[in-house]
Design a binder for this molecule. Structure first.
Ligand SMILES: C/C=C(\C)C(=O)SCCNC(=O)CCNC(=O)[C@H](O)C(C)(C)COP(=O)(O)OP(=O)(O)OC[C@H]1O[C@@H](n2cnc3c(N)ncnc32)[C@H](O)[C@@H]1OP(=O)(O)O
Length: 716
């Protein structure tokens, strides 16, 4: 709702009430409409201030309402009515003015903000455009070029930047509402025509068409098939070229196509998934709201390879003091040189005002004795990690949390060699660790709620999306990746080329297909893991069935030929030289594949884009259902957040489990059955998938409840 009060001196104060962010729900919109009418009718009122309760102006439209029928007064006429008021109206912006919140402020004649306020039009991130006049008013206020940047990226800006851009009239370090009240009193009775943004021309550069074309091609390239950024540019083209009323008509038209699109639903689901995963719960009953996190101020990182260096920077950026340990002198020397530069660069990129935490480098494990938390990031080798954990357990003071950055090894085994297994968890970062948002927090059967809560809290401080996951080989992300990679290799055996597979996946929206990705991360990573698992190496027979399953030795043979990817200048593609980045198809690979097929009596067939996507993605999704069934992830949102934030799954497709829901569970099941083969267990449809289909394919939002019920009745 919104409340109305008349302040001494003829100012009407309208306050939005809808915690936590005063979103524009039907009740709030109705409250605003009523309050504006009252202010208009009251002859004693000469001016109006609109503000939000509890220091938050407004977080925009109530996203939860998008899923249901539209109730209450619509936003656009409400906003027009405010602009038309013949008494000065000021928005007093504290906290946030985002989306519809900023559009509401743009309808006001003046905007006054607190210096800590954040403003923006992030609708594009929800698959929409600023459809309450924002796409037409903002460019009229700050010019086309600046508006294109804000609207197509959806980025939030500080009050200082908003003042510079001309979005705000004044910024204060004191109370913004008091200042706004004082201000509107001072301008009461003055003409308002020039303050109504809809009446102003849109300031454009002389080469407006070429600017719009340039932005459009940049947006298309960046958005990988997302519709909303393209629609935003179209709406802004209308603002630049049409009178306001026609521009609004274009805005409405574009919004209508976006609003009911699958992409908008996916992006809104992704918004809520990101928040759902923060409210973690473990099978033991421990939860985010009944477990206490420790506040960490001193930490250590063991191992200063690529991952360790990124983790040191990520910790230091939050102001934590870090002891960075590396026992190999050469690696230590290089890290001591490189890490401070990385830190400086990243702090600059984030425009951090506060000085980052202090880093000290050491080659001695004893130097971690005083820290509160250690993150081990040594080579992915169990015996080495066990040694490190044993050592840490004796060196660190009692109560120190011991975390491993392993990407898939057994956390419980590591915990078993320490004196306090309850204080051991996995903190699986993604490269580069100071940039990538995802953090898998892996709990073993003995991890204490306090250890999980602390790792999750620390991840949040580092700006990560932390997802609590159970302990199993590969955890969630890498466990699902395995069948995906496996299918990609099988497709090569059957007739596809690396480029064909990659193009299908890139067209779907991945930034990189599986083979380009493999070249980037190095083919030897998987090779080492397969050797450890006894799947390849000396003495292992070169067959296409190993350990009872279909197996493709193609990647092993590539490694044996010295083709390790970008670092060797050759992998599934060829590059200009070692470290080269531009992937070109390599005739050597085509001959290699043809020879391989001939040797194994395989006849290449033509494989459709649809088959590539089904085989790779449905195998991955099927493993997601197995993960839910095994309670390794608490819900589909956890899996989806992991894939969106860590594995390049296109955000506008919500995540693999959301995608399964959109495709239809029945269809996924039918296609898995079709592609299924006795020696490819990953394609055998999961029991959970079958049960969901049998239950009428409930929507993804209901799966968590369904799984819990099935578990109670021992059906899973
Ligand atoms: C047409 C479309 C129009 C006109 C629009 O306006 S679309 C909406 C545009 N607005 C946004 O995109 C803003 C979304 N919100 C945020 O970015 C952030 O929530 C925040 C910056 C406003 C606050 O961040 P923070 O303090 O970290 O808090 P949370 O993100 O955790 O949010 C707290 C709870 O509020 C819920 N929330 C936030 N915004 C909305 C909203 N616009 N509608 C509905 N609900 C919203 C959020 O889900 C959290 O809920 P719980 O998880 O606690 O249940």
């Amino acid at each position: 709702m919104a409340t109305y009060s008349r302040l001494p001196g003829s100012v009407a104060l309208i306050t939005l009430h809808n915690p936590p962010v005063n979103a524009l729900s039907a009740a709030v919109r109705q409250g605003i409409v009523d309050a504006v009418q009252r202010a208009l009718k009251d002859p004693k009122v000469t001016s109006v201030v609109i503000c939000g309760q509890n220091g938050k102006f407004c977080g925009g439209a109530d996203i939860r309402e998008f899923a249901g029928p539209m109730l209450g007064p619509p936003l656009v006429p409400m906003i027009h009515a405010i602009e038309a008021v013949d008494k000065p109206v000021a928005a007093a912006i504290e906290g946030v003015a985002l989306g519809g919140g900023l559009e509401l402020a743009l309808a006001c004649h003046y905007r006054i903000a607190h210096s800590k306020a954040v403003l923006g039009l992030p609708e594009v991130t929800l698959g929409l455009l600023p459809g309450a006049g924002g796409s037409q008013r903002l460019p009229r206020l700050i010019g086309l070029t600046a508006a294109l940047d804000l609207i197509t990226t959806g980025r939030h800006v500080s009050a200082a930047e908003a003042l510079k851009l001309g979005v705000l009239d004044q910024v204060t370090d004191s109370n913004a509402v008091d200042l706004a009240v004082e201000f509107v009193r001072s301008v009461a009775g003055q003409p308002l025509d020039s303050r109504r943004l809809s009446t102003l021309p849109c300031p454009c550069p002389p080469d407006v068409d070429s600017l719009l074309d340039k932005v459009m091609s940049k947006v298309r390239q960046r958005s990988r098939g997302a519709l909303a950024p393209v629609a935003c540019v179209r709406a802004l083209r209308a603002a630049a070229s049409l009178p306001y009323a026609q521009g609004m008509e274009k805005e409405r038209e574009l919004m209508a196509t976006l609003f009911n699109s699958g992409q908008a639903r996916a992006l809104q689901y992704a918004f809520f998934s990101q928040r759902v995963v923060g409210k973690w719960s473990l099978p033991s009953g421990a939860r985010w709201d009944n477990s206490t996190a420790r506040i960490i101020s001193k930490a250590a990182v063991i191992g200063l390879g690529t991952m360790g260096r990124g983790i040191v920077v990520a910790l230091a950026l939050t102001g934590i003091s870090v002891v960075a340990v590396e026992t190999q002198e050469k690696q230590l020397a290089e890290a001591s040189r490189v890490v401070p530069a990385m830190l400086q660069r990243e702090a600059g990129r984030r425009r951090l005002a506060t000085p980052p935490g202090v880093i000290s480098f050491s080659s001695n494990l004893q130097d971690v004795s005083e820290v509160e938390l250690v993150i081990e990031a040594v080579f992915e080798d169990m015996s080495l990690k066990l040694q490190v954990f044993k050592h840490l357990s004796s060196v660190c003071r009692p109560g120190t949390l011991l975390c491993s950055n392993t990407s898939g090894l057994d956390i419980d085994q590591l915990a078993a060699v320490t004196q306090s297994p309850g204080l051991v968890v996995g903190m699986h970062f993604f490269a580069p660790a100071h940039v990538m948002k995802l953090l898998e927090v892996v709990y073993g059967p003995r991890s204490s709620p306090e250890a999980v809560a602390t790792a999750m809290q620390l991840g949040k401080r580092m700006g990560k999306v932390g997802v609590a996951v159970g302990n199993c080989p590969g955890f969630v992300g890498n466990r699902m990746l395995k069948p995906y990679l496996e299918q990609a290799n099988f497709l090569l055996e059957e007739g596809a080329t690396p480029r064909q597979v990659d193009e299908a996946l890139e067209e779907f929206g991945f930034p990189m297909g599986v083979f380009r990705m493999s070249d980037l991360s190095g083919l030897d990573v998987g090779w080492r893991i397969r050797k450890e698992a006894g799947l390849t190496g000396p003495g292992v027979e070169s067959t296409r069935t190993r350990q009872g399953r279909r197996y493709s030795p193609l990647p092993d043979q590539m490694c044996e030929a010295g083709r390790l990817g970008q670092k060797t200048g050759k992998g599934w593609y060829q590059y200009d030289g070692p470290g080269g980045r531009v992937a070109r198809s390599d005739p050597w690979v085509h001959i290699f594949l043809e020879t391989y097929r001939a040797e194994h009596g395989l006849v290449a067939r033509s494989i459709t884009l649809e088959e590539i996507l089904e085989r790779c993605l449905y195998a991955l999704i099927n493993e997601g259902f197995n993960i839910l069934q095994d309670a390794v992830a608490a819900g589909p949102e956890d899996i989806d957040a992991i894939y969106v934030f860590g594995y390049g799954w296109p955000r506008h497709r919500g995540g693999p489990m959301f995608h399964a829901d959109q495709v239809g569970l029945g269809r996924i099941l039918q296609r898995l059955n079709q592609h299924s083969h006795p020696d490819v267990p990953h394609l055998k449809p999961s029991t959970l998938l079958r049960r969901l289909v049998a239950a009428g394919s409930p929507p993804v939002q209901k799966w968590r409840e369904f799984i819990n019920k099935e578990r109670v009745h021992s059906q899973l």
